[in-house]
Structures are given as structure tokens and as C-alpha cells.
Design a protein around this ligand. Structure first.
Ligand code: G3I
Length: 360
């Protein structure tokens, strides 16, 4: 009898512990849990994020990570004969330990790219053949190292011009014309045939630029180049994009049979394109240091609208990634102006906009 009572007591204690655990989990739901039936929710990270309070936040809220800088050509391949793996490995290992997906970013870009890639020992431009060989070797080495650990790659980043030209002028176009784009996809596919390969760009809701990106992707698809998705960066602001343009972008790119990911989401509290960044030729706006009630309201409405659209198009969207963890650090800070573009404040607490995003 005594044994029975002891067993019953133990059983009751363990079920109530289970109940408490389940209940706690429910109370501690993160973005990834609210969006479980929609798409993974990711975040751009730096190794520094893992040794601070951000680490718990990342694990609780997100189920995917993108290295903010660590896998770009400059940081990861500073010299022809030298790769620097430490930061990228730290991020991938953190992700594996915590069962997070990893998006690789980025294999071919005009920025954060080392000079050695384009020049010979005399400092002159290398030939197209040599540049493509170097690109192939770079892509093969990086993609192979993380094969099976990185499920998707931003293969080519920002190749389309903001102005009237078609392609952005860069060392890539100067030496290879358009060819580097398709070659990059072919090299990545050869290195990891299972990886989902993306073309990634910003200002994708601006009709003139969107049309050019569409033309590029349509051409690649028609040629049978292995491109599987388009990354719409989503560096937006309280004034951009409109619901109509956002929906149009999703529909246009989906019509090419491409999956859509929003790869670098943030909503700047300053109005203007490109995340409200101060872009070339623009006057520096009046500096505002505070996150005002007006900004909070405008930002909350924009976040609410864009996530409403994301949910509507859940069949087309395979991921949404925020660009940085919290307002404590964001790439949009700078030139003396603090920004507040994310869903967590500087104390890592959810902002009002967060509760709008998870209320559906
Ligand atoms: O690594 C050096 C470090 O050695 C040096 O001490 C330090 C001093 O300034 O600079 C460090 O490099 C900076 C790097 O971030 C790492 O912090 C660069 O100056 C800085 O330009 C670089 O900015 C990154 C930017 O890309 C470069 O264009 C941002 O962190 C990163 O968020 C941003 O990300 C891009 C995406 O890759 C593509 N889409 C647009 C997005 C925002 O610009």
C-alpha cells in the first residue's frame, strides 16, 4: 500500500512538473513559435551576440540565423591563400548546438570584397578567366565547408543598379560583364546540390528596380541557371513600402517559380528609402536621438501591415529574417544618429510592435 501511495505521489508530482513546464513554455513563446505554421523567423548575428544577453533571446525567439558579416568574401577570404574561418564557424556551431537553421550570406558581392581578387601582382585587373577561376575556388571552398549545415545561400548580392543602368557597375561587371552572376550560381550548385540558392537585393518594392531584378531572374531561369529563390532584403522605413507594392513584388517574383525570403528585415524610424539610410547625395537629416511615441506608432503600424502580408502569402514565403537582434546594436546606427528599427528595445525587451506582429 505504502509503495502504491509513493508511486501515486511521484506520478502526480511529475505530471504537475510537466504541466508547469508546458505552461512556462507557452508563456515564453517566441516569434518562431507564433510563426511555426508559417515560415522560419531568422536574425542576422555576430559572434559577439553569443557572449551577451542576446544569446538567450536568439534561442527563444528565432529558429534561423544569418551571419551579418562573417561569411562575406573580405572577412572570410582576406588573402588568396588564406581563409579566416573562426567567426563563421562560431556562428554555425552555435546554430547546430541550438538547432537553428543557417542561411549563408553572401558568396558574391561588390562590397566587403578583397582587392586581391581582382588584381594581379602588378596591381592590374586580372583576366575574366582568372577572376572566374578565383570565384569558383572561393565558392567551392566556402560552400563545401558548410555543406549540410547551411541550407540556403545568398549567392549573388545586389547586382542590379539603383540608377538608370541595368547592372550595378563594379569590378565584377568591368571584368566579366554579366557572366559572373550565372557562374556564381553554377559554382554554388556544383558545390552543394541540396542548397537553396538565392539572388538577394534591396529596394525590391520600387517598380523600376523591381523590373530590372525580374528581368535578370527571368533570364537566369530561362537559361536553366540553378537559382531557386529571391531574397527581398526588406530594409524598410516607417514610410516604405506600401502594401500594394509589397504584394506586387511577392506576386511578380513568385510567378517565376521562385521562393521568396525576406532576408534583412528592419523598419527604420526615419522616413526614406533604403531603410531611411542617408544615401549618397542626400542631406543629413536633422538628428533625433529619441524613440518618440510618434515613431513607435508609425513603426508598429508598418510592422503590423508587413506581417499581415507575409501571412497572406505564406505559401510563397519560406523565411523572414531580421537584420540584427535588438535596438541595442543595429547597422542603421551611425553618422551620429541612433535608429530603433527592430522588435526588441535596447534592454532586449519586446517593443509594442512585437505584440502587433504576434497578434493574429
Ligand atoms: O571588420 C572591421 C573591423 O576590423 C574594424 O575594426 C571596424 C572599424 O570600423 O570595421 C569593421 O568592419 C565593419 C563591418 O561592418 C563589421 O563591423 C565595416 O567597416 C562596416 O562597413 C561593415 O558594415 C556592414 C555592411 O553590411 C557593409 O556594407 C554591416 O555591419 C552589415 O550589417 C551590412 O549588411 C548589409 C548586407 O550584407 C547586404 N545588404 C545590406 C546590408 C546593410 O548594409
Amino acid at each position: 500500500m505504502k509503495t502504491h501511495i509513493r508511486k501515486l505521489t511521484l506520478f502526480m508530482a511529475s505530471t504537475s512538473l510537466l504541466f508547469i513546464a508546458a505552461n512556462n513554455y507557452k508563456d515564453n513563446k517566441g516569434l518562431k513559435d507564433y510563426y511555426k505554421k508559417y515560415f522560419p523567423i531568422g536574425v542576422a548575428v555576430r559572434p559577439a551576440d553569443f557572449s551577451s544577453g542576446e544569446s538567450n533571446l536568439i534561442i527563444n525567439e528565432f529558429n534561423s540565423v544569418t551571419p551579418e558579416n562573417a561569411m562575406k568574401m573580405g572577412p572570410i577570404h582576406p588573402r588568396e591563400d588564406r581563409y579566416y574561418w573562426r567567426d563563421a564557424d562560431t556562428i554555425v556551431n552555435f546554430a547546430i548546438r541550438n538547432k537553428l537553421k543557417v542561411r549563408g550570406h553572401t558568396l558574391c558581392w561588390h562590397a566587403q570584397t578583397p582587392n586581391w581578387l581582382f588584381t594581379d601582382s602588378a596591381g592590374n585587373n586580372v583576366s575574366k578567366e582568372i577572376l572566374l577561376q578565383r570565384l569558383e575556388s572561393h565558392i567551392n571552398t566556402v560552400v563545401s565547408r558548410y555543406k549540410g549545415k547551411i541550407y540556403a545561400w545568398d549567392v549573388v548580392n545586389e547586382a542590379i543598379a539603383d540608377g538608370p543602368e541595368y547592372l550595378r557597375k563594379s569590378k565584377w561587371t568591368e571584368i566579366t560583364g554579366e557572366e559572373f552572376i550565372e557562374k556564381a550560381f553554377e559554382y554554388a550548385h556544383a558545390a552543394d546540390p541540396d542548397a537553396v540558392l538565392f539572388y538577394n537585393d534591396y529596394n525590391t518594392e520600387i517598380p523600376a528596380k523591381r523590373d530590372k531584378i525580374y528581368k535578370l531572374l527571368k533570364g537566369l531561369k530561362e537559361k536553366g541557371i540553378p537559382v531557386h529563390g529571391v531574397g527581398l532584403q526588406a530594409h524598410w522605413s516607417v514610410s516604405t513600402p506600401t502594401r500594394q507594392e509589397l504584394e506586387k513584388s511577392i506576386e511578380m517574383f513568385s510567378s517565376l517559380g521562385l521562393q521568396i525570403q525576406f532576408t534583412e528585415l528592419d523598419i527604420s524610424v526615419y522616413s526614406g528609402r533604403q531603410g531611411g539610410q542617408l544615401i549618397q547625395g542626400q542631406q543629413q537629416q536633422q538628428q533625433k536621438a529619441e524613440f518618440t511615441a510618434e515613431m513607435e506608432q508609425q513603426q508598429l503600424e508598418k510592422y503590423k501591415m508587413v506581417f499581415d502580408v507575409f501571412r497572406k502569402y505564406k505559401k510563397n514565403i519560406t523565411g523572414v529574417t531580421f537584420w540584427n537582434v535588438s535596438d541595442k546594436y543595429t547597422w542603421l546606427d551611425g553618422r551620429g544618429r541612433k535608429n530603433y528599427p527592430l522588435l526588441f528595445d535596447q534592454e532586449l525587451k519586446p517593443k509594442k510592435a512585437y505584440w502587433e506582429v504576434v497578434k493574429f
